[in-house]
Design a protein around this ligand. Structure first.
Ligand code: S3P
Length: 178
Protein backbone atom coordinates (compact mmCIF):
# COMPACT_ATOMS: atom_id res chain seq x y z
CA UNK A 1 0.00 0.00 0.00
CA UNK A 2 1.22 3.48 -0.88
CA UNK A 3 2.74 5.49 1.96
CA UNK A 4 1.66 9.04 2.68
CA UNK A 5 -1.96 8.07 3.11
CA UNK A 6 -3.82 9.07 6.21
CA UNK A 7 -6.31 6.25 6.81
CA UNK A 8 -8.93 7.67 9.15
CA UNK A 9 -12.01 6.40 7.32
CA UNK A 10 -13.25 3.26 5.60
CA UNK A 11 -14.86 3.43 2.15
CA UNK A 12 -16.86 0.56 0.68
CA UNK A 13 -17.03 0.41 -3.09
CA UNK A 14 -18.67 -2.18 -5.33
CA UNK A 15 -21.59 -2.89 -7.61
CA UNK A 16 -25.22 -2.30 -6.66
CA UNK A 17 -26.50 -5.14 -4.51
CA UNK A 18 -23.17 -6.31 -3.12
CA UNK A 19 -24.14 -5.30 0.42
CA UNK A 20 -22.28 -1.99 0.87
CA UNK A 21 -25.03 -0.29 2.88
CA UNK A 22 -25.69 -3.14 5.34
CA UNK A 23 -21.98 -3.84 5.84
CA UNK A 24 -21.09 -0.15 6.26
CA UNK A 25 -23.81 0.34 8.87
CA UNK A 26 -22.61 -2.63 10.90
CA UNK A 27 -18.92 -1.69 10.67
CA UNK A 28 -19.76 1.84 11.78
CA UNK A 29 -21.78 0.55 14.71
CA UNK A 30 -19.05 -1.84 15.82
CA UNK A 31 -16.19 0.67 15.51
CA UNK A 32 -18.34 3.52 16.84
CA UNK A 33 -17.64 5.44 13.66
CA UNK A 34 -20.09 7.67 11.80
CA UNK A 35 -21.94 6.19 8.84
CA UNK A 36 -22.39 8.02 5.57
CA UNK A 37 -23.92 7.00 2.25
CA UNK A 38 -22.99 9.12 -0.78
CA UNK A 39 -26.41 8.62 -2.40
CA UNK A 40 -28.15 9.75 0.79
CA UNK A 41 -25.96 12.87 0.95
CA UNK A 42 -26.84 13.72 -2.66
CA UNK A 43 -30.56 13.24 -1.94
CA UNK A 44 -30.38 15.40 1.19
CA UNK A 45 -28.37 18.13 -0.58
CA UNK A 46 -30.71 18.30 -3.56
CA UNK A 47 -34.01 17.32 -1.94
CA UNK A 48 -34.52 14.92 -4.85
CA UNK A 49 -34.34 11.16 -5.33
CA UNK A 50 -31.51 9.55 -7.31
CA UNK A 51 -34.03 8.36 -9.92
CA UNK A 52 -35.40 11.88 -10.31
CA UNK A 53 -31.89 13.31 -10.84
CA UNK A 54 -31.09 10.64 -13.43
CA UNK A 55 -34.34 11.00 -15.35
CA UNK A 56 -34.62 14.81 -15.26
CA UNK A 57 -30.97 15.89 -15.54
CA UNK A 58 -29.18 12.79 -16.82
CA UNK A 59 -26.31 10.69 -15.53
CA UNK A 60 -23.56 13.33 -16.09
CA UNK A 61 -25.40 15.70 -13.73
CA UNK A 62 -25.59 12.95 -11.10
CA UNK A 63 -21.87 12.19 -11.50
CA UNK A 64 -21.01 15.87 -10.98
CA UNK A 65 -23.00 15.88 -7.71
CA UNK A 66 -21.28 12.65 -6.70
CA UNK A 67 -17.82 14.10 -7.36
CA UNK A 68 -18.65 17.10 -5.17
CA UNK A 69 -19.61 14.80 -2.30
CA UNK A 70 -16.39 12.80 -2.73
CA UNK A 71 -14.28 15.97 -2.48
CA UNK A 72 -16.06 16.89 0.77
CA UNK A 73 -15.40 13.47 2.31
CA UNK A 74 -11.73 14.33 2.80
CA UNK A 75 -12.68 16.48 5.79
CA UNK A 76 -14.30 13.53 7.62
CA UNK A 77 -12.68 11.31 10.23
CA UNK A 78 -13.87 8.07 11.86
CA UNK A 79 -16.47 7.56 9.16
CA UNK A 80 -17.58 4.47 7.25
CA UNK A 81 -18.60 5.54 3.77
CA UNK A 82 -20.95 3.49 1.58
CA UNK A 83 -20.49 4.68 -2.00
CA UNK A 84 -22.78 4.51 -5.04
CA UNK A 85 -21.91 1.62 -7.36
CA UNK A 86 -20.55 3.79 -10.19
CA UNK A 87 -18.62 6.24 -8.04
CA UNK A 88 -15.09 4.75 -8.36
CA UNK A 89 -15.34 4.74 -12.14
CA UNK A 90 -15.72 8.49 -12.57
CA UNK A 91 -13.32 11.44 -12.27
CA UNK A 92 -10.61 11.01 -9.68
CA UNK A 93 -13.06 9.68 -7.08
CA UNK A 94 -11.11 6.54 -6.27
CA UNK A 95 -7.78 8.36 -5.87
CA UNK A 96 -9.50 10.94 -3.70
CA UNK A 97 -11.02 8.28 -1.40
CA UNK A 98 -7.65 6.58 -1.07
CA UNK A 99 -6.03 9.66 0.45
CA UNK A 100 -8.09 9.33 3.67
CA UNK A 101 -9.84 5.93 3.62
CA UNK A 102 -9.05 2.25 3.47
CA UNK A 103 -10.92 1.32 0.31
CA UNK A 104 -12.67 -2.06 0.46
CA UNK A 105 -14.35 -3.51 -2.59
CA UNK A 106 -17.33 -5.83 -2.15
CA UNK A 107 -17.74 -8.33 -4.95
CA UNK A 108 -20.54 -10.68 -6.05
CA UNK A 109 -21.38 -12.57 -9.23
CA UNK A 110 -23.94 -11.06 -11.68
CA UNK A 111 -26.35 -13.85 -10.75
CA UNK A 112 -26.23 -13.05 -7.04
CA UNK A 113 -26.52 -9.32 -7.74
CA UNK A 114 -29.61 -9.93 -9.86
CA UNK A 115 -31.12 -12.04 -7.08
CA UNK A 116 -30.60 -9.16 -4.64
CA UNK A 117 -31.80 -6.26 -6.79
CA UNK A 118 -34.57 -7.81 -8.88
CA UNK A 119 -37.38 -6.73 -6.54
CA UNK A 120 -36.07 -3.20 -6.02
CA UNK A 121 -36.99 -0.26 -8.22
CA UNK A 122 -34.85 2.63 -6.96
CA UNK A 123 -31.88 2.05 -9.26
CA UNK A 124 -32.30 4.00 -12.52
CA UNK A 125 -29.48 2.17 -14.33
CA UNK A 126 -31.37 -1.10 -13.96
CA UNK A 127 -34.62 0.23 -15.41
CA UNK A 128 -33.58 -1.45 -18.63
CA UNK A 129 -35.50 -3.88 -20.81
CA UNK A 130 -32.84 -6.47 -20.05
CA UNK A 131 -31.52 -5.67 -16.56
CA UNK A 132 -29.55 -8.92 -16.27
CA UNK A 133 -27.55 -8.13 -19.41
CA UNK A 134 -27.08 -4.58 -18.14
CA UNK A 135 -25.63 -5.90 -14.87
CA UNK A 136 -23.14 -8.12 -16.77
CA UNK A 137 -22.14 -5.28 -19.07
CA UNK A 138 -21.64 -2.69 -16.30
CA UNK A 139 -19.89 -5.17 -14.02
CA UNK A 140 -17.38 -6.08 -16.74
CA UNK A 141 -16.68 -2.42 -17.50
CA UNK A 142 -16.26 -1.54 -13.83
CA UNK A 143 -14.26 -4.55 -12.69
CA UNK A 144 -10.85 -2.90 -13.37
CA UNK A 145 -11.85 -0.02 -11.07
CA UNK A 146 -13.27 -2.18 -8.28
CA UNK A 147 -10.06 -4.19 -8.35
CA UNK A 148 -7.99 -1.13 -7.51
CA UNK A 149 -9.32 -1.21 -3.94
CA UNK A 150 -6.96 -1.96 -1.04
CA UNK A 151 -9.00 -5.00 -0.05
CA UNK A 152 -11.31 -7.20 -2.16
CA UNK A 153 -14.03 -9.19 -0.41
CA UNK A 154 -16.41 -11.62 -2.04
CA UNK A 155 -19.75 -11.18 -0.28
CA UNK A 156 -21.58 -13.94 -2.08
CA UNK A 157 -21.18 -16.73 0.46
CA UNK A 158 -20.65 -14.60 3.55
CA UNK A 159 -23.16 -13.05 5.91
CA UNK A 160 -23.19 -9.29 6.49
CA UNK A 161 -21.69 -9.95 9.93
CA UNK A 162 -18.79 -11.97 8.49
CA UNK A 163 -18.02 -9.36 5.86
CA UNK A 164 -18.14 -6.59 8.48
CA UNK A 165 -15.69 -8.56 10.65
CA UNK A 166 -13.32 -8.88 7.70
CA UNK A 167 -13.49 -5.15 7.00
CA UNK A 168 -12.74 -4.32 10.63
CA UNK A 169 -9.88 -6.83 10.74
CA UNK A 170 -8.28 -5.36 7.60
CA UNK A 171 -8.69 -1.82 8.88
CA UNK A 172 -7.07 -2.64 12.23
CA UNK A 173 -4.20 -4.45 10.49
CA UNK A 174 -3.56 -1.47 8.27
CA UNK A 175 -3.73 1.07 11.08
CA UNK A 176 -1.32 -1.04 13.17
CA UNK A 177 1.08 -1.37 10.24
CA UNK A 178 1.45 2.39 10.02
C1 S3P B 1 -25.34 3.52 -9.30
C2 S3P B 1 -25.55 2.90 -8.08
C3 S3P B 1 -26.46 3.42 -7.08
C4 S3P B 1 -26.66 4.94 -7.27
C5 S3P B 1 -27.06 5.24 -8.66
C6 S3P B 1 -26.00 4.78 -9.68
C7 S3P B 1 -24.38 2.91 -10.26
O1 S3P B 1 -25.95 3.18 -5.75
O2 S3P B 1 -25.49 5.64 -6.94
O3 S3P B 1 -28.28 4.61 -8.91
O4 S3P B 1 -23.91 3.62 -11.17
O5 S3P B 1 -24.05 1.72 -10.10
P1 S3P B 1 -25.94 1.71 -5.06
O6 S3P B 1 -24.71 1.01 -5.52
O7 S3P B 1 -25.90 2.03 -3.61
O8 S3P B 1 -27.20 1.03 -5.47
Amino acid sequence: MQSGRHLVNIALIGFMGTGKTSVARLVAEQLRFDYLDTDEVIQTNTGRSITEIFTRDGEPAFRALEQKVVAELASHTRTVIATGGGLPVFSNNLASLKTHALVVSLWSSPEKIWERVRHQSHRPLLLDKNPQAKICELLAAREPFYKQADVLLNTELRSVREVAQQVIHQFRLEVRRR
